[in-house]
Write a protein that binds this ligand. Structure first.
Ligand SMILES: [Zn+2]
Length: 191
């Protein structure tokens, strides 16, 4: 059984000034393992407000808000796709391409393919729908054409606007996250 040794180094003060940010280095007692370096906040108050990501202190509240905004964006995107996907499936069904390769070529021509031909065949053979193998939102012009031939125009505009709003909120929430780089004796590379 191998043994390890952990040494903690205080490297700078925490934001409130009553504690320290600690660098924790764990080395294994063998020649082939490299050291594990971890950082933690050695202050009860600050660790409630901050978390550490990539050698920066990040506001927990703002990180949570950004995560929620990102989830809201992805669900607004799903809402929009649930309207578009049946139309996309219908497009490829009516196309009745002579082979899977021809279906895949059409997806590539439209710029909506999200897999290579091998993967495409595998997914189609496993019974996946056309819309689940492509990303219709990559070609806004094509989607507009699909919608204009249906009676879903008003609903589409509303869902599209909701997705754009959610996207703007997501970006704003990401930008709003306060990040304080941990300044101290931080090695540039792991050793
Ligand atoms: Zn503190």
């Amino acid at each position: 059984m191998s043994t390890s040794e952990t040494v903690d180094f205080p490297i700078c003060s925490c934001p409130c000034g009553n504690g320290k940010i600690i660098k924790s280095v764990t080395t294994q007692d063998n020649p082939w393992s490299s050291a594990d370096i971890d950082y933690y906040i050695g202050c009860n108050d600050c660790s409630k407000v901050w978390q550490i990501e990539y050698q920066s202190l990040v506001s927990r509240e703002e990180a949570t808000a950004a995560k929620k905004a990102a989830n809201d964006y992805w669900s607004s995107r799903e809402n929009l796709l649930s309207l578009i996907n049946p139309l996309a499936d219908n497009y490829f069904e009516r196309l009745s391409a002579p082979s899977m390769a021809a279906e895949h070529r059409e997806m590539c021509r439209l710029g909506i393919s999200s897999s290579d031909i091998r993967n495409y065949r595998r997914l189609r053979n496993s019974g996946q729908s056309f819309s689940s193998i492509c990303d219709p939102l990559r070609n806004a012009g094509w989607v507009k054409e699909l919608i204009s031939g249906s009676e879903l125009h008003v609903e589409y505009e509303a869902l599209f606007a909701a997705m754009n709003d959610a996207d703007a909120n997501k970006r704003q929430a990401e930008k709003a996250i306060k990040r304080l780089p941990i300044i101290g004796s931080i090695p540039r590379t792991r050793y």
